[in-house]
Design a protein. Structure first.
Length: 496
């Protein structure tokens, strides 16, 4: 009761006169609550909207400026009361927020001179931070406890804490070095394709140092940097078999207790494993793994939709089109589909277009809708390593089946122009060879035997050309080898 009595006194003395939070259930709602609710409902998109609805004034009216300022302050206050127990969040976020809350409370009480209550909270924060290996929070807790023990003349605890603090400050120095290596690499990987390729040798050196630091410290923070950058490097080089080794090894280390369960992102490990199975063309293992881990992701998150993209592509590449239809129906039927990013929606549109082309079932799309989709697929002119190739290939296949020779002539010119500008590098060889196969089809006047004969050289080169690393790859929604077989079948059907 003594602790409660003191807390009541502090809250009474320091409590704000005006309510610091938004009252959403009050019938006599304040103006800032009205503004909050209107924004939440999507009724206000601009300052002009708010000014007209609330004050019938212009956006520069001082009343609106003051109202927005009050609402902003109250919304920031709500950040102290967010729910981080949500399973959709990364596992470490919940523990980090709990540590930060205890640290904030402990520091506030120290400022009020309540050292005994403060020490309890800081000790709880410290225990949790050590379990989750949040080194920066550990150091903050120890520094505050050191002050606390000095002011309360607790010599034994003071010197014991001082020694522990020295250990974590040394660890922090190693982690700061690792952090610098990691974020420098991340910066370079967000630059142009040329910059990414030039940075690869430096990335290898950074990885060697990160591995050395992790082996010396066994720090969860350093391991996370090493783990992500190692996957990034293998992805850039196209070494997806190595990624499978990394994810398998990480899972083993996790089970052996050598990786902190409160820090390791198991869901990312699952996601990248499925992606790696796709890229090494082990479709059966990938489909089985994806099916076994469907429940790892919350259906309302972007992570679930990203996971389902790889699941969809696995099914498409494996030729399991009925399964792909079920996956697409599951995704498009998800009520959160409308909320995902526009570029993600466009990818699903493209996937469904390819799927309908090879498997035109009534459950997927009506024929009339499909024709409209083909003619209205957007040109991603600014994304040269994105969907341009996939779009042009699909349009070409569609017009071959329709025997639209005039349109095919136009498309061939577009293909040649695009190839001349964007498919000259080694990482675009597969697309270049497939484009040449499409040109062969048109030059053969859609004749099956002639296309088969004249296309053999380019097809052999296509088969001998491995897929490039992810950073440099155009998307093959269905592998080019399979598309060539489909195209030849179409030519046979046309002759019949």
């Amino acid at each position: 009761m003594e602790d409660l009595r003191k807390l009541v006194q502090i809250v009474t003395n320091r409590g704000q006169k005006a309510h610091p939070l938004i009252e959403t259930k009050n019938k006599n709602a304040a103006k800032e609550t009205d503004l909050f609710l209107r924004i939440k409902r999507g009724q206000l998109q601009t300052d002009e909207d708010a000014a007209a609805a609330l004050y019938k004034c212009k956006p520069d009216d001082p009343r609106l400026k003051m109202l927005k300022s009050r609402l902003r302050k109250k919304l920031l206050n709500h950040l102290f009361f967010l729910d981080f127990s949500d399973s959709r969040l990364k596992v470490s976020v919940r523990y980090e927020q709990e540590c930060l809350t205890l640290l904030h409370q402990g520091r506030t009480l120290m400022n009020e001179g309540e050292h005994r209550i403060s020490a309890k909270l800081l000790q709880n924060a410290l225990k949790l931070a050590i379990e989750a290996e949040f080194t920066a929070i550990i150091i903050s807790c120890l520094e505050l406890l050191l002050i606390n023990y000095s002011l309360t003349v607790k010599s034994n605890l003071y010197y014991k804490t001082k020694k522990t603090l020295e250990h974590y400050r040394k660890l922090a120095a190693f982690e700061h070095e690792a952090e610098d290596l990691y974020y420098t690499a991340k910066l370079e990987q967000n630059k142009s394709i040329l910059a990414k390729r030039e940075f690869l040798p430096k990335l290898q050196k950074s990885l060697a140092r990160l591995k050395e630091l992790w082996e010396a410290t066994q720090s969860a923070n350093i391991f996370e940097y090493f783990y992500i950058l190692d996957i990034t490097k293998q992805e850039l080089y196209g070494n997806f078999t190595e990624i499978l080794k990394i994810t398998t090894t990480s899972e083993k280390l996790l089970q052996e207790g050598k990786i902190n369960k409160k820090r390791f992102d198991v869901r990312y490990n699952i996601f990248i494993t499925v992606y790696a199975y796709l890229r090494v063309k082990d479709y059966q293992s990938g489909l089985a793994f994806a099916e076994a881990n469907l429940n790892a992701f919350n259906r309302s998150t972007n992570n679930w939709f990203a996971f389902m993209e790889n699941y969809m592509l696995l099914a498409m590449h494996a030729g399991k089109y009925d399964l792909a239809v079920k996956i697409f129906e599951d995704v498009s039927g998800n009520s959160f589909f409308k909320k995902i990013r526009e570029n993600a929606k466009e990818r699903w549109t493209l996937y469904s277009s390819y799927l309908y082309f090879v498997n035109p079932t009534k459950n997927l799309l009506r024929q009339s809708s499909y024709k409209q989709l083909i003619s209205s697929i957007p040109e991603y002119s600014k994304d040269k390593q994105g969907f341009n190739v996939a779009i042009m290939v699909l349009q070409f296949l569609y017009h071959v089946r329709a025997k639209d020779t005039d349109v095919l002539g136009y498309l061939i010119e577009s293909l040649k122009k695009y190839a001349g500008r964007h498919l000259r590098d080694n990482f675009s060889k597969r697309s270049l060879y497939f484009f040449k196969l499409l040109v062969v089809v048109v030059n053969a006047n859609l004749d099956y035997q002639e296309a088969l004969k004249k296309g053999k050289t380019f097809y052999d080169r296509l088969q001998d050309t491995p897929e490039p690393g992810d950073a440099f790859a155009e998307i093959e929604i269905i592998p080019y080898e399979q598309l060539w077989a489909i195209l030849l079948n179409i030519l046979q059907e046309l002759e019949q």
